[in-house]
Design a protein around this ligand. Structure first.
Ligand code: PMP
Length: 435
Protein backbone atom coordinates (compact mmCIF):
# COMPACT_ATOMS: atom_id res chain seq x y z
CA UNK A 1 0.00 0.00 0.00
CA UNK A 2 1.29 3.50 -0.77
CA UNK A 3 1.86 5.92 2.13
CA UNK A 4 -1.42 7.59 3.09
CA UNK A 5 -1.63 11.26 2.10
CA UNK A 6 -3.35 13.89 4.20
CA UNK A 7 -6.32 15.78 2.72
CA UNK A 8 -4.08 18.85 2.47
CA UNK A 9 -1.43 16.91 0.53
CA UNK A 10 -4.03 15.42 -1.82
CA UNK A 11 -5.58 18.80 -2.56
CA UNK A 12 -2.12 20.28 -3.16
CA UNK A 13 -1.36 17.52 -5.69
CA UNK A 14 -4.77 18.05 -7.27
CA UNK A 15 -4.02 21.74 -7.69
CA UNK A 16 -0.66 20.91 -9.21
CA UNK A 17 -1.68 18.25 -11.73
CA UNK A 18 -5.37 17.50 -12.19
CA UNK A 19 -7.85 18.76 -14.78
CA UNK A 20 -11.52 18.76 -13.80
CA UNK A 21 -14.56 18.92 -16.12
CA UNK A 22 -14.80 22.32 -17.75
CA UNK A 23 -12.15 23.44 -15.31
CA UNK A 24 -9.52 26.10 -15.66
CA UNK A 25 -5.96 24.85 -15.73
CA UNK A 26 -4.97 22.78 -12.70
CA UNK A 27 -4.47 24.93 -9.64
CA UNK A 28 -7.11 27.50 -10.43
CA UNK A 29 -10.02 25.84 -8.65
CA UNK A 30 -10.81 24.29 -5.30
CA UNK A 31 -12.67 20.97 -5.60
CA UNK A 32 -13.99 19.34 -2.44
CA UNK A 33 -12.21 16.14 -1.44
CA UNK A 34 -14.65 13.22 -1.13
CA UNK A 35 -13.45 10.34 1.07
CA UNK A 36 -16.40 8.00 0.55
CA UNK A 37 -20.03 7.93 -0.47
CA UNK A 38 -22.96 5.89 0.73
CA UNK A 39 -26.71 6.10 0.11
CA UNK A 40 -27.25 9.68 -1.03
CA UNK A 41 -24.41 11.10 1.06
CA UNK A 42 -20.92 12.18 0.06
CA UNK A 43 -18.48 12.16 2.97
CA UNK A 44 -15.85 14.85 2.78
CA UNK A 45 -12.29 14.10 3.83
CA UNK A 46 -12.36 17.31 5.89
CA UNK A 47 -15.34 19.42 6.91
CA UNK A 48 -16.00 22.41 4.66
CA UNK A 49 -17.99 25.36 6.05
CA UNK A 50 -18.30 23.15 9.15
CA UNK A 51 -20.08 20.43 7.15
CA UNK A 52 -18.65 16.91 6.76
CA UNK A 53 -21.38 15.22 4.78
CA UNK A 54 -23.33 16.35 1.73
CA UNK A 55 -26.61 15.05 0.29
CA UNK A 56 -25.96 14.58 -3.42
CA UNK A 57 -28.68 16.49 -5.27
CA UNK A 58 -27.05 15.71 -8.64
CA UNK A 59 -26.86 11.88 -8.70
CA UNK A 60 -23.33 12.55 -9.95
CA UNK A 61 -24.71 14.14 -13.12
CA UNK A 62 -27.85 11.98 -13.57
CA UNK A 63 -26.10 8.64 -13.06
CA UNK A 64 -26.22 7.39 -9.43
CA UNK A 65 -29.95 6.68 -9.42
CA UNK A 66 -29.69 4.05 -6.66
CA UNK A 67 -27.31 6.11 -4.53
CA UNK A 68 -23.74 5.14 -3.65
CA UNK A 69 -22.21 1.99 -2.24
CA UNK A 70 -25.31 -0.05 -2.95
CA UNK A 71 -24.97 -3.62 -1.67
CA UNK A 72 -26.58 -5.16 -4.78
CA UNK A 73 -24.35 -3.26 -7.20
CA UNK A 74 -21.28 -3.87 -5.05
CA UNK A 75 -22.00 -7.57 -5.07
CA UNK A 76 -22.48 -7.64 -8.85
CA UNK A 77 -19.15 -5.85 -9.33
CA UNK A 78 -17.34 -8.13 -6.87
CA UNK A 79 -18.74 -11.30 -8.41
CA UNK A 80 -17.73 -10.16 -11.89
CA UNK A 81 -14.25 -9.11 -10.67
CA UNK A 82 -13.70 -12.70 -9.62
CA UNK A 83 -14.43 -13.84 -13.20
CA UNK A 84 -12.85 -11.14 -15.35
CA UNK A 85 -12.84 -7.38 -15.19
CA UNK A 86 -12.10 -6.91 -18.86
CA UNK A 87 -11.50 -8.80 -22.04
CA UNK A 88 -11.33 -7.45 -25.58
CA UNK A 89 -14.63 -7.57 -27.44
CA UNK A 90 -13.18 -8.05 -30.92
CA UNK A 91 -13.78 -11.71 -31.77
CA UNK A 92 -14.79 -12.53 -28.18
CA UNK A 93 -18.04 -12.21 -26.32
CA UNK A 94 -19.28 -12.86 -22.77
CA UNK A 95 -22.38 -13.30 -20.68
CA UNK A 96 -22.62 -9.83 -19.06
CA UNK A 97 -22.57 -8.01 -22.41
CA UNK A 98 -24.90 -10.47 -24.14
CA UNK A 99 -27.38 -10.32 -21.28
CA UNK A 100 -27.19 -6.54 -21.20
CA UNK A 101 -27.79 -6.15 -24.92
CA UNK A 102 -30.79 -8.48 -24.81
CA UNK A 103 -32.16 -6.68 -21.77
CA UNK A 104 -31.81 -3.25 -23.39
CA UNK A 105 -33.64 -4.48 -26.49
CA UNK A 106 -36.41 -5.79 -24.24
CA UNK A 107 -36.95 -2.57 -22.24
CA UNK A 108 -36.38 0.14 -24.86
CA UNK A 109 -39.06 1.16 -27.37
CA UNK A 110 -40.21 -1.65 -29.67
CA UNK A 111 -38.13 -1.97 -32.82
CA UNK A 112 -34.66 -1.20 -31.44
CA UNK A 113 -32.90 -4.52 -31.92
CA UNK A 114 -29.13 -4.07 -32.14
CA UNK A 115 -26.80 -2.73 -29.47
CA UNK A 116 -23.35 -1.16 -29.62
CA UNK A 117 -21.84 -1.00 -26.12
CA UNK A 118 -19.76 2.17 -26.07
CA UNK A 119 -17.63 3.45 -23.23
CA UNK A 120 -19.09 6.94 -22.67
CA UNK A 121 -22.13 8.97 -23.61
CA UNK A 122 -20.24 11.14 -26.08
CA UNK A 123 -18.86 8.08 -27.84
CA UNK A 124 -22.34 6.57 -28.06
CA UNK A 125 -23.44 9.75 -29.88
CA UNK A 126 -20.42 9.52 -32.20
CA UNK A 127 -21.45 5.94 -32.96
CA UNK A 128 -25.06 7.01 -33.58
CA UNK A 129 -23.88 9.63 -36.08
CA UNK A 130 -21.61 7.13 -37.81
CA UNK A 131 -24.45 4.62 -38.04
CA UNK A 132 -26.70 7.18 -39.72
CA UNK A 133 -24.09 8.49 -42.15
CA UNK A 134 -23.02 4.99 -43.03
CA UNK A 135 -26.62 3.90 -43.56
CA UNK A 136 -27.06 6.53 -46.28
CA UNK A 137 -23.64 5.86 -47.79
CA UNK A 138 -24.53 2.20 -48.06
CA UNK A 139 -27.84 3.18 -49.65
CA UNK A 140 -25.92 5.02 -52.37
CA UNK A 141 -26.83 8.46 -51.02
CA UNK A 142 -23.58 9.77 -49.51
CA UNK A 143 -24.81 13.36 -49.89
CA UNK A 144 -27.12 12.72 -46.93
CA UNK A 145 -24.48 13.44 -44.29
CA UNK A 146 -25.69 16.47 -42.40
CA UNK A 147 -27.63 16.36 -39.15
CA UNK A 148 -30.52 18.44 -37.97
CA UNK A 149 -31.25 19.32 -34.36
CA UNK A 150 -32.93 22.08 -32.39
CA UNK A 151 -31.14 24.82 -30.53
CA UNK A 152 -30.37 24.54 -26.85
CA UNK A 153 -29.31 20.90 -27.02
CA UNK A 154 -26.32 19.12 -25.54
CA UNK A 155 -24.94 15.80 -26.78
CA UNK A 156 -21.41 15.56 -25.38
CA UNK A 157 -17.90 16.88 -25.69
CA UNK A 158 -16.33 14.96 -28.57
CA UNK A 159 -16.39 16.26 -32.13
CA UNK A 160 -19.72 15.21 -33.69
CA UNK A 161 -21.67 15.65 -30.45
CA UNK A 162 -20.22 19.16 -30.09
CA UNK A 163 -21.34 19.94 -33.64
CA UNK A 164 -24.97 19.30 -32.69
CA UNK A 165 -24.86 21.29 -29.46
CA UNK A 166 -25.98 24.90 -29.67
CA UNK A 167 -23.38 26.73 -31.79
CA UNK A 168 -24.27 30.24 -30.58
CA UNK A 169 -23.68 30.96 -26.94
CA UNK A 170 -23.65 27.23 -26.11
CA UNK A 171 -20.95 25.32 -24.26
CA UNK A 172 -18.97 24.64 -27.42
CA UNK A 173 -19.17 28.04 -29.06
CA UNK A 174 -15.37 28.22 -29.00
CA UNK A 175 -15.29 25.49 -31.64
CA UNK A 176 -18.16 26.58 -33.82
CA UNK A 177 -15.87 27.72 -36.66
CA UNK A 178 -14.09 24.38 -36.83
CA UNK A 179 -17.01 21.97 -36.39
CA UNK A 180 -19.06 20.41 -39.20
CA UNK A 181 -21.99 22.70 -40.07
CA UNK A 182 -25.31 21.13 -39.27
CA UNK A 183 -28.90 22.36 -39.50
CA UNK A 184 -30.46 24.02 -36.47
CA UNK A 185 -34.16 24.56 -35.93
CA UNK A 186 -35.20 27.03 -33.21
CA UNK A 187 -35.29 25.74 -29.63
CA UNK A 188 -38.59 24.05 -28.79
CA UNK A 189 -41.14 26.07 -26.79
CA UNK A 190 -41.35 25.42 -23.05
CA UNK A 191 -43.65 22.65 -21.86
CA UNK A 192 -45.83 25.36 -20.32
CA UNK A 193 -46.17 27.29 -23.61
CA UNK A 194 -49.53 25.81 -24.65
CA UNK A 195 -50.92 24.11 -27.76
CA UNK A 196 -50.74 27.09 -30.12
CA UNK A 197 -47.03 27.59 -29.53
CA UNK A 198 -46.48 23.84 -30.00
CA UNK A 199 -48.45 23.80 -33.27
CA UNK A 200 -46.55 26.80 -34.64
CA UNK A 201 -43.26 25.24 -33.64
CA UNK A 202 -44.23 21.88 -35.17
CA UNK A 203 -44.78 23.68 -38.48
CA UNK A 204 -41.32 25.27 -38.17
CA UNK A 205 -39.76 21.85 -37.50
CA UNK A 206 -41.50 20.32 -40.52
CA UNK A 207 -40.45 23.18 -42.79
CA UNK A 208 -36.82 23.11 -41.66
CA UNK A 209 -36.65 19.37 -42.12
CA UNK A 210 -38.33 19.43 -45.53
CA UNK A 211 -36.00 22.16 -46.78
CA UNK A 212 -32.89 20.15 -45.89
CA UNK A 213 -34.10 16.55 -46.26
CA UNK A 214 -32.04 15.91 -49.40
CA UNK A 215 -28.81 16.44 -47.39
CA UNK A 216 -29.92 15.14 -43.99
CA UNK A 217 -28.76 11.81 -42.63
CA UNK A 218 -30.66 12.21 -39.36
CA UNK A 219 -32.38 14.42 -36.87
CA UNK A 220 -30.90 14.13 -33.39
CA UNK A 221 -32.58 15.47 -30.26
CA UNK A 222 -32.81 14.97 -26.53
CA UNK A 223 -36.43 13.88 -26.03
CA UNK A 224 -38.57 15.90 -23.56
CA UNK A 225 -35.67 17.33 -21.54
CA UNK A 226 -32.79 19.37 -22.92
CA UNK A 227 -30.19 18.88 -20.20
CA UNK A 228 -26.84 20.61 -20.03
CA UNK A 229 -27.89 23.03 -22.80
CA UNK A 230 -30.35 24.76 -20.46
CA UNK A 231 -32.49 22.28 -18.49
CA UNK A 232 -35.58 22.97 -20.62
CA UNK A 233 -38.64 20.71 -20.90
CA UNK A 234 -40.79 20.47 -24.02
CA UNK A 235 -44.00 18.83 -25.20
CA UNK A 236 -43.56 15.10 -26.01
CA UNK A 237 -45.96 15.61 -28.94
CA UNK A 238 -42.98 17.14 -30.77
CA UNK A 239 -41.35 13.71 -30.84
CA UNK A 240 -44.28 12.38 -32.88
CA UNK A 241 -43.99 15.40 -35.19
CA UNK A 242 -40.32 14.56 -35.75
CA UNK A 243 -41.03 10.86 -36.27
CA UNK A 244 -43.68 11.57 -38.92
CA UNK A 245 -41.61 14.23 -40.70
CA UNK A 246 -38.54 11.96 -40.72
CA UNK A 247 -40.58 9.11 -42.20
CA UNK A 248 -42.12 11.37 -44.82
CA UNK A 249 -38.77 12.78 -45.92
CA UNK A 250 -36.53 9.73 -45.57
CA UNK A 251 -34.43 10.97 -42.69
CA UNK A 252 -33.36 8.89 -39.68
CA UNK A 253 -34.32 9.90 -36.14
CA UNK A 254 -31.90 9.67 -33.20
CA UNK A 255 -32.94 10.14 -29.58
CA UNK A 256 -30.20 10.96 -27.10
CA UNK A 257 -31.58 9.50 -23.86
CA UNK A 258 -28.26 9.59 -22.07
CA UNK A 259 -29.65 11.90 -19.38
CA UNK A 260 -33.36 11.06 -19.59
CA UNK A 261 -33.11 7.26 -19.71
CA UNK A 262 -33.92 4.88 -16.85
CA UNK A 263 -36.87 6.65 -15.31
CA UNK A 264 -35.62 10.18 -14.71
CA UNK A 265 -38.59 11.89 -16.40
CA UNK A 266 -41.21 9.59 -14.86
CA UNK A 267 -41.24 7.16 -17.80
CA UNK A 268 -38.58 4.51 -18.28
CA UNK A 269 -37.43 6.39 -21.39
CA UNK A 270 -38.52 9.88 -22.39
CA UNK A 271 -39.57 8.46 -25.79
CA UNK A 272 -42.26 6.53 -23.88
CA UNK A 273 -44.08 9.83 -23.15
CA UNK A 274 -44.89 9.93 -26.87
CA UNK A 275 -44.86 6.22 -27.75
CA UNK A 276 -42.28 6.92 -30.46
CA UNK A 277 -39.47 4.59 -31.55
CA UNK A 278 -36.42 6.37 -32.96
CA UNK A 279 -34.17 4.66 -35.50
CA UNK A 280 -31.22 5.06 -33.17
CA UNK A 281 -31.11 5.68 -29.42
CA UNK A 282 -28.23 6.56 -27.10
CA UNK A 283 -28.10 5.57 -23.43
CA UNK A 284 -25.48 6.18 -20.75
CA UNK A 285 -25.14 7.73 -17.30
CA UNK A 286 -27.68 5.72 -15.20
CA UNK A 287 -27.04 2.60 -17.31
CA UNK A 288 -24.62 1.29 -14.66
CA UNK A 289 -26.31 3.10 -11.76
CA UNK A 290 -23.40 5.53 -11.96
CA UNK A 291 -20.83 2.88 -11.03
CA UNK A 292 -18.78 2.50 -14.18
CA UNK A 293 -18.40 4.18 -17.50
CA UNK A 294 -20.56 2.55 -20.13
CA UNK A 295 -23.03 3.73 -22.74
CA UNK A 296 -25.04 2.09 -25.48
CA UNK A 297 -26.23 2.94 -28.99
CA UNK A 298 -29.25 0.95 -30.12
CA UNK A 299 -30.60 0.81 -33.65
CA UNK A 300 -33.35 -0.83 -35.65
CA UNK A 301 -32.88 -3.74 -38.03
CA UNK A 302 -33.48 -1.34 -40.93
CA UNK A 303 -30.39 0.66 -39.92
CA UNK A 304 -28.23 -2.39 -39.18
CA UNK A 305 -29.21 -4.14 -42.42
CA UNK A 306 -28.66 -0.95 -44.37
CA UNK A 307 -25.13 -0.64 -43.05
CA UNK A 308 -24.32 -4.26 -43.80
CA UNK A 309 -25.44 -3.90 -47.42
CA UNK A 310 -22.80 -1.23 -48.12
CA UNK A 311 -19.47 -1.57 -49.90
CA UNK A 312 -17.88 -1.40 -46.41
CA UNK A 313 -20.32 -3.69 -44.61
CA UNK A 314 -18.99 -3.15 -41.08
CA UNK A 315 -19.64 -0.46 -38.51
CA UNK A 316 -16.13 0.89 -38.25
CA UNK A 317 -15.93 1.61 -34.55
CA UNK A 318 -14.39 -0.50 -31.79
CA UNK A 319 -13.17 1.07 -28.57
CA UNK A 320 -10.71 -0.90 -26.43
CA UNK A 321 -13.13 -1.04 -23.54
CA UNK A 322 -16.18 -1.87 -25.63
CA UNK A 323 -18.61 -4.13 -23.79
CA UNK A 324 -16.55 -4.06 -20.60
CA UNK A 325 -17.76 -7.07 -18.56
CA UNK A 326 -17.47 -5.37 -15.19
CA UNK A 327 -19.57 -2.40 -16.35
CA UNK A 328 -22.02 -4.71 -18.13
CA UNK A 329 -22.46 -6.88 -15.01
CA UNK A 330 -23.19 -3.80 -12.89
CA UNK A 331 -25.52 -2.43 -15.59
CA UNK A 332 -27.48 -5.69 -15.52
CA UNK A 333 -27.74 -5.51 -11.73
CA UNK A 334 -28.72 -1.85 -11.86
CA UNK A 335 -31.50 -2.47 -14.38
CA UNK A 336 -32.78 -5.43 -12.33
CA UNK A 337 -32.70 -3.29 -9.20
CA UNK A 338 -34.63 -0.49 -10.89
CA UNK A 339 -37.24 -2.64 -12.56
CA UNK A 340 -37.58 -4.94 -9.56
CA UNK A 341 -39.12 -2.12 -7.53
CA UNK A 342 -41.96 0.33 -7.97
CA UNK A 343 -39.61 2.96 -9.34
CA UNK A 344 -42.46 5.03 -10.82
CA UNK A 345 -43.80 5.65 -7.33
CA UNK A 346 -40.36 6.68 -6.09
CA UNK A 347 -39.84 9.12 -8.97
CA UNK A 348 -43.37 10.50 -8.46
CA UNK A 349 -42.64 10.92 -4.76
CA UNK A 350 -39.51 12.89 -5.54
CA UNK A 351 -41.37 14.94 -8.15
CA UNK A 352 -43.96 15.89 -5.51
CA UNK A 353 -41.22 16.76 -3.00
CA UNK A 354 -39.45 18.94 -5.55
CA UNK A 355 -42.70 20.69 -6.54
CA UNK A 356 -43.48 21.43 -2.89
CA UNK A 357 -39.96 22.42 -1.96
CA UNK A 358 -39.17 24.58 -4.97
CA UNK A 359 -42.55 26.34 -5.24
CA UNK A 360 -41.46 28.92 -2.67
CA UNK A 361 -38.37 29.71 -4.72
CA UNK A 362 -40.64 31.16 -7.41
CA UNK A 363 -41.41 34.06 -5.05
CA UNK A 364 -37.77 35.01 -4.51
CA UNK A 365 -36.37 38.11 -6.21
CA UNK A 366 -34.24 37.26 -9.24
CA UNK A 367 -36.00 33.94 -9.90
CA UNK A 368 -37.39 33.80 -13.43
CA UNK A 369 -38.84 30.29 -13.56
CA UNK A 370 -39.27 27.14 -11.50
CA UNK A 371 -39.98 23.85 -13.29
CA UNK A 372 -40.17 20.23 -12.22
CA UNK A 373 -40.54 17.05 -14.27
CA UNK A 374 -40.06 13.58 -12.82
CA UNK A 375 -37.04 13.62 -10.52
CA UNK A 376 -35.68 16.84 -12.06
CA UNK A 377 -36.09 20.29 -10.51
CA UNK A 378 -34.90 23.56 -12.03
CA UNK A 379 -34.78 27.10 -10.68
CA UNK A 380 -33.84 29.55 -13.40
CA UNK A 381 -32.60 32.97 -12.35
CA UNK A 382 -32.73 36.20 -14.34
CA UNK A 383 -28.94 36.49 -14.07
CA UNK A 384 -25.82 34.30 -14.15
CA UNK A 385 -25.27 32.31 -10.96
CA UNK A 386 -22.25 33.24 -8.88
CA UNK A 387 -21.13 29.59 -8.84
CA UNK A 388 -18.65 29.93 -5.97
CA UNK A 389 -21.15 31.76 -3.74
CA UNK A 390 -24.00 29.40 -4.65
CA UNK A 391 -21.82 26.35 -3.98
CA UNK A 392 -20.81 27.70 -0.56
CA UNK A 393 -24.47 28.36 0.24
CA UNK A 394 -25.61 24.84 -0.63
CA UNK A 395 -22.65 23.23 1.13
CA UNK A 396 -23.56 25.17 4.29
CA UNK A 397 -26.99 23.50 3.98
CA UNK A 398 -25.32 20.08 3.77
CA UNK A 399 -26.10 19.58 0.08
CA UNK A 400 -24.11 19.11 -3.12
CA UNK A 401 -25.25 20.87 -6.30
CA UNK A 402 -23.45 22.13 -9.37
CA UNK A 403 -25.11 25.30 -10.67
CA UNK A 404 -24.30 26.64 -14.11
CA UNK A 405 -25.12 29.74 -16.13
CA UNK A 406 -28.48 31.01 -14.81
CA UNK A 407 -29.53 27.62 -13.43
CA UNK A 408 -29.82 25.98 -10.04
CA UNK A 409 -30.96 22.46 -10.77
CA UNK A 410 -31.29 19.10 -9.06
CA UNK A 411 -31.83 15.48 -10.07
CA UNK A 412 -31.46 13.47 -6.85
CA UNK A 413 -31.04 9.69 -6.63
CA UNK A 414 -34.40 7.88 -6.58
CA UNK A 415 -33.63 6.60 -3.07
CA UNK A 416 -33.56 10.12 -1.61
CA UNK A 417 -35.97 10.30 1.34
CA UNK A 418 -38.67 12.99 1.54
CA UNK A 419 -36.72 14.67 4.31
CA UNK A 420 -33.56 14.78 2.20
CA UNK A 421 -35.49 16.05 -0.85
CA UNK A 422 -36.76 18.86 1.39
CA UNK A 423 -33.18 19.64 2.43
CA UNK A 424 -32.06 19.71 -1.20
CA UNK A 425 -34.87 22.18 -1.96
CA UNK A 426 -33.94 24.31 1.06
CA UNK A 427 -30.39 24.46 -0.27
CA UNK A 428 -31.63 25.56 -3.71
CA UNK A 429 -33.66 28.32 -2.06
CA UNK A 430 -30.64 29.40 -0.01
CA UNK A 431 -28.52 29.56 -3.17
CA UNK A 432 -31.24 31.47 -5.04
CA UNK A 433 -31.27 34.06 -2.25
CA UNK A 434 -27.58 34.80 -2.48
CA UNK A 435 -26.64 33.90 -6.05
N1 PMP B 1 -25.85 13.50 -24.18
C1 PMP B 1 -26.50 14.03 -23.14
C2 PMP B 1 -27.96 14.35 -23.27
C3 PMP B 1 -25.83 14.29 -21.94
O1 PMP B 1 -26.48 14.83 -20.91
C4 PMP B 1 -24.44 13.95 -21.86
C5 PMP B 1 -23.65 14.19 -20.58
N2 PMP B 1 -23.94 15.33 -19.89
C6 PMP B 1 -23.82 13.39 -22.95
C7 PMP B 1 -24.54 13.17 -24.11
C8 PMP B 1 -22.36 13.01 -22.93
O2 PMP B 1 -22.16 11.93 -22.10
P1 PMP B 1 -20.69 11.66 -21.46
O3 PMP B 1 -20.45 12.81 -20.52
O4 PMP B 1 -20.83 10.35 -20.76
O5 PMP B 1 -19.72 11.64 -22.58
Amino acid sequence: MPEPLTPGELLALDRQHVWHPYGPMPGRQEPLLVASASGVRLRLAEPVEGVGELIDGMSSWWSAVHGYNHPVLNEAAQAQLGRMSHVMFGGLTHEPAVRLAARLVEITPEGLEHVFLADSGSVSVEVAVKMCLQYWRSAGRPEKRRLMTWRGGYHGDTWQPMAVCDPDGGMHELWSGALPKHVFADAPPALSAGPEAVAAYAAHLRETLAAHAHELAAVIVEPVVQGAGGMRFHDPALLRVLRDACDEHDVLLVFDEIATGFGRTGRLFAADHAGVTPDVMCLGKALTGGYLTMAATLCTTRVADGISRGEVPVLAHGPTFMGNPLAAAVANASIDLLLGQDWQTEVKRIETGLRDGLAEAAELPGVRDVRVLGAIGVVQLDHEVDVAAATRAVVREGVWLRPFRDLLYVMPPYVTTDEDVARVCAAVRAAARIA
